[in-house]
Design a protein around this ligand. Structure first.
Ligand code: PAF
Length: 322
């Protein structure tokens, strides 16, 4: 009898004081909590907790603690993980239409990329994701990818010829990189540092915030600011969580995600502005004036394949956004 009264009394007390049960949501991402993904995720979590008066809060799992991005997307789709902040790299394996944004040299610069992702084209891709059980609350950002390697400086496309480079498990990237003469070696990110250390691959390509936060200066000598592909990212919540939220809480989550995305993009800007000097300090030799035309010329034949896969009109529509 005593055991029964206690929980009832507790429930009455919680109701009387306005206190409510708290749901803890697991959010995962690939890099450290100090990185762009960590900054964006933390702002999202704080805003979401504040907006729901503490009824929801996050438990963060940085540094691929819940697995590679592909595994985490799958877990969110299945409902065994609540939220992931992930690049689009492996997303095309779940939602093929998203692969279009991974085409090398598709976006001119950050302004262009962000306008496309936040505009009707990005919103249409969000709907395609929702149809596959992936609720994309906001396009966050990984950044423009640059090449690093342990062998030589890359000033132009021919310098990349013959380098064995780790790539994401993304055919659109790999088809493009082959035109530079690179030998693409797809590999999940959590295996990359060791592969670079042991010389299993000569190099890799990632945005400055990833190169910085993953301490690749310890295992790579050369960095070339190739900016050969933009890497968008998304804050994705599981339908298992989303479908249980009230309309008001959905708005809180969506608004929090937009603030998180803005903070993540700001961190990308800050790292682009200050991180290159930091990497030089750590001993990397940086080629800042890469011959971009040589890469664009090399990749041009791959565009025939991209046009066949995605439609020349769809590619042109992205390029036309001003
Ligand atoms: O190279 C990758 O796999 C991605 O850029 C990373 C580091 C997981 C961030 O999304």
């Amino acid at each position: 009898m005593k055991a029964l009264i206690k929980p009832l009394a507790l429930a009455a007390l919680l109701a009387a004081t306005g206190a409510q049960a708290q749901t803890v949501l697991k959010i995962g991402y690939a890099t450290s909590q100090a990185s762009h993904y960590g900054v964006g995720s933390t702002v999202f979590c704080e805003e979401m907790e504040k907006g729901t008066q503490g009824r929801y809060k996050c438990q963060q799992f940085p540094n691929s603690a819940l697995g590679g991005e592909r595994e985490q997307i799958e877990a969110v789709q299945l409902g065994t993980q609540d939220i992931v902040n992930t690049s689009t790299g492996p997303l095309g394996n779940f939602v093929p239409e998203v692969k279009i944004v991974d085409i090398p040299f598709l976006f001119r610069d950050y302004d262009h990329a962000r306008k496309v992702m936040d505009g009707p084209i990005g919103q249409d891709l969000q709907k395609k994701m929702e149809a596959k059980g992936l609720i994309n609350l906001a396009w966050t950002e990984n950044g423009f990818r640059h090449m690093t390697n342990s062998k030589r400086a890359i000033n132009q496309a021919t310098d990349a010829n013959g380098l064995k480079m780790r790539t994401m498990e993304n055919k659109v990237h790999m088809d493009g990189y082959k035109t530079f003469g690179i030998l693409p070696t797809p590999m999940p990110f959590p295996e990359l540092f060791t592969a670079l250390q042991q010389g299993t691959v000569d190099g890799q390509e990632n945005p400055i915030p990833v190169i910085l936060s993953s301490k690749f200066s310890q295992v790579q000598k050369h960095l070339s600011l190739t900016g050969h592909v933009y890497s968008p990212a998304a804050l994705i919540i599981s339908p298992a969580v989303w479908n249980k939220l009230s309309a008001a809480d959905k708005k809180v989550f969506s608004d929090a995600a937009k603030k998180g995305a803005a903070a993540q993009r700001k961190k990308v800007n800050d790292d682009e502005n200050n991180g290159i000097a930091q990497l030089e300090k750590e001993g990397m030799q940086v080629v800042k004036q890469v011959n971009g035309d040589s890469f664009r010329k090399a990749v041009a034949p791959a565009y025939a394949g991209y046009a066949k896969e995605f439609g020349a009109d769809k590619i042109a529509a992205i390029q036309a956004v001003k």
